[in-house]
Ligand binder design. Structure first.
Ligand code: PLP
Length: 385
């Protein structure tokens, strides 16, 4: 059976060039970057060379990149690290549609003496910069608003929010796990102080990511030990993973525009044709959205059933976000945009990648209407009305 992968927001395949770049660092150049001998220096050179490549893609200085185990750790370091540096009683502003790596970190801090404001979003999932400004109080230390949403693909006005924060003397963190490598980012021009990214969402390996930390910012490390990463994140560096991440950044730097152009074409065709299916609607912003994201709600049916039926036809898709799709709760992102829990249950997310083709889209559009129709006929949610 044909197998088509349309779940790139969950994870991406490792690019062949990335894999080739990583290979020597498992069994030939396996030194510990902290060792003084030649093997160690080889690893250290690879580490610093990689740091420069990652920094280049966001317009940062290489000293401002801290390698982490991925996006979740980078979010935790940014938010807890700022909170503990400033002390209890301080106030954080975030939004209701953040990834759980941000939301659960904020909830944890609330239980430990910090104050958090969760800003609502409009029907397209946009955070209003004016509301960010209004929510700033005397004790506000940090604003954390994601660059692009993992479920609905909406791209937030981070440059505007960054400017507001900079003028108010407050740190601004953005979770850019879904946008990094897909759309251009310049941390300096966008007034971003802290920025989280993850390799496995951009054709790199799993288990590696980074936090950009603007020079001069003081964070409390969250992993203590041997003082790696300038004391910000202890633990022997995952050199093979980091080399792979850097290669993925290099490829994204070269190809981002052509990948996006191809994905936008496929995305827009998918959206146009899927909207022909009765009782369907698009979630997320019609224009301010990631080039690869389609999120549709089909009222009266369960997203999980659609995903299972598509999977039986060889298509990998998702409903809600990958980490929350096991839960029976409707997506917190979709309900925050005003969808009823019933409609939110009928969401289908297709996220494209550089290897998807027109033929993949033809195949999806060929099988999906029948699946929706059949599910509506048997739906206990009243889809067959
Ligand atoms: C927006 C966002 N933030 C953070 C993460 C977590 O990243 P990682 O899987 O690298 O920990 C994800 C992963 O789904 C994400 O989509």
């Amino acid at each position: 059976m044909k197998r088509i992968y349309m779940d790139h927001a969950a994870t991406t395949p490792v690019d062949r060039e990335v894999l080739e770049a990583m290979k020597p660092y498992f069994s030939e150049k396996y030194g510990n970057a902290s060792s003084i001998h030649d093997f160690g220096q080889e690893a250290k050179d690879a580490l610093e060379d990689s740091r420069a490549k990652v920094a280049k893609l966001i317009g940062a200085d290489l000293s401002e990149i801290v390698f982490t185990s991925g996006g979740s750790e980078a979010d935790n370091l940014a938010i807890k690290g700022t909170a503990f540096a400033k002390g209890k009683g301080s106030h954080i502003i975030t939004s209701t549609i953040e990834h759980h790596a941000v939301l659960h970190t904020c909830e944890f801090l609330e239980k430990h003496g910090f104050e958090v404001t969760y800003l609502p979003v409009g029907k397209y999932g946009l955070v209003d910069p004016a509301q960010v400004e209004k929510a700033i109080k005397k004790n506000t230390i940090l604003v954390s608003i994601m660059h692009a949403n993992n479920e609905i693909g909406t791209i937030e006005p981070v440059a505007e929010i960054g400017k507001i924060c900079r003028n108010a003397g407050i740190l601004f963190h953005t979770d850019a796990v879904q946008s990094f490598g897909k759309i251009p980012i310049d941390v300096k021009k966008m007034n971003i102080d802290l920025f989280s990214a993850s390799a496995h969402k951009m054709y790199g390996p799993k288990g590696v990511g980074c936090l950009y930390m603007r020079k001069g910012i003081n964070l409390i490390p969250q992993i203590h030990g041997g003082g790696h990463e300038s004391g910000m994140r202890s633990g022997t560096e995952n050199i093979a993973g980091i080399v792979g991440f850097a290669k993925a950044c290099e490829l994204a730097g070269k190809n981002m525009n052509s990948w996006a152009e191809q994905e936008v074409k496929l995305r827009d065709r998918l959206i146009k044709d899927m909207l022909q299916i009765p009782k369907s609607r698009l979630s997320g912003h019609p224009e301010k959205r990631l080039p690869n994201n389609v999120n549709m709600c089909f009222s009266g049916i369960e997203g999980e059933s659609m995903v299972i039926h598509l999977s039986m036809k060889g298509i990998a898709a998702s409903t809600g976000s990958a980490c929350s799709s096991k839960s029976l709760k409707p997506s917190h992102v979709l309900t925050a945009t005003g969808l009823s829990p019933k409609d939110a249950h009928g969401s289908l997310r297709l996220t494209l990648g550089k290897e998807n083709t027109e033929q993949d889209v033809d195949y999806l559009l060929n099988v999906l209407p029948g699946i929706v129709d059949n599910l509506r006929k048997i739906s206990p949610l009243g889809g067959g009305e």
